[in-house]
Design a protein around this ligand. Structure first.
Ligand code: GYE
Length: 336
């Protein structure tokens, strides 16, 4: 929406009202109180004036539902008009949503791209319509002039941290199976790469297999069940790209008759509340934090973008690593 156009109109209305009230003063005395006080107008767009289209991936994990809640709650708190679209894990739904935001002439589009590839043309359409795009959480593989900034985690570093913890847990030796996230997604690609960067210096740690559980509990359980059928007690550890898949894997390991967290060590990523509970229960050995509470930072950036303020091309989140030792103490304060 072109807010710049509203400013002269507003000033004109105020002027008209002032002259009308001046006219009224000469006709009747005493002087009435002026009904409108002109507000200082620095021409900046405010949260209340901003319309934001947001294309979310879906609801595949507790991380994602925490992320959605943060975006929606922050919009309400700030008074931003938010048009939210759930892509149900499908890129074509996300592309359709972005096209409808363009048709509605929103001020800014936020998008968390389910996979990295295939966004060039729809982002170009947004650019041609003069609507800035902010990538939230996941990256898209597009030329940098097609988006304004990326707000999200360093997924490679998360993979490295998972590997560092794994090396410690295994004492530098053992067989690992990996449950990867959605094929072609930025976090799955980077968490795979970061993990290997560290593991390659530990030749006695073998990655037996790597299979996608699509970031869901159900698929994590299913794939882990298959891996147990294939490798059985040879498996010393699981590296899961998110906690939901780890929780699925825990079920499969128990169904197979082994003890998750003891017979098979497990390290995963996100740090959702259920992961803290699994650590308290002794079934998960560590979780690497990935922060989904991006609502406040996202709308702050959106406001800066519509007001043409300079912003960096990438805003990484700050994240920690959590272990069973203090899981019970930390769980009450966890918000997702
Ligand atoms: O780790 C996973 C979710 O893109 C960082 O997506 C996000 C990942 C998160 O489904 O749980």
């Amino acid at each position: 929406m072109n807010h710049v156009l509203f400013t002269p109109l507003t000033n004109l209305t105020v002027l008209l009202l002032i002259s009308l009230s001046l006219f009224a003063c000469t006709a009747n005395s005493p002087l009435p109180e002026p009904t409108i006080t002109p507000e200082p107008d620095d021409g900046r767009i405010t949260y209340e004036e901003m319309v934001v289209g947001y294309s979310q991936i879906g609801a595949e994990s507790n991380w994602r539902t925490g992320n959605t809640a943060s975006i929606k709650e922050t919009a309400v708190a700030l008074g931003v008009e938010l048009i939210f679209a759930d892509g149900q894990q499908r890129q074509e739904n996300q592309i359709r949503a972005i096209r409808s935001f363009i048709a509605q002439q929103v001020d800014v589009i936020g998008v968390s791209p389910v996979v990295e590839d295939g966004w060039e043309s729809v982002f170009q359409e947004a650019k041609d319509a003069g609507i800035p795009i902010i990538l939230v959480d996941r990256r898209a593989n597009v030329s940098p002039d097609l988006y304004t900034t990326h707000l999200g985690s360093d997924f490679v570093e998360e993979g490295r941290n998972a590997a560092r913890v794994m090396v410690d847990l295994l004492g530098g030796q053992g067989n690992v199976v990996e449950l990867t996230g959605t094929v072609g997604s930025a976090p799955a690609i980077d968490r795979y790469a970061g993990f290997r960067e560290i593991i390659q210096d530990h030749p006695e740690i073998i990655i037996l297999a790597s299979a996608s559980g699509d970031f869901t509990r159900a698929r994590g359980e299913e794939v882990m069940g298959d891996l147990l059928q294939l490798y059985g007690e040879k498996i010393d550890a699981v590296y899961a790209h998110n906690d939901d898949m780890a929780i699925g894997a825990i079920k499969a390991i128990e169904a197979y008759g082994l003890r998750p967290g003891q017979d098979i060590k497990i390290v995963s990523i996100d740090a959702i509340r259920d992961a803290f509970q699994a650590m308290i229960d002794g079934k998960l050995n560590a979780t690497i934090e990935c922060n989904p509470l991006l609502g406040p930072q996202f709308f702050d950036l959106a406001l800066k973008v519509v007001n043409s303020e300079p912003i960096p091309k990438w805003i990484p989140s700050e994240e920690g690593i959590f272990f069973p030792e203090n899981a019970a103490e930390l769980l009450p304060a966890r918000r997702y």
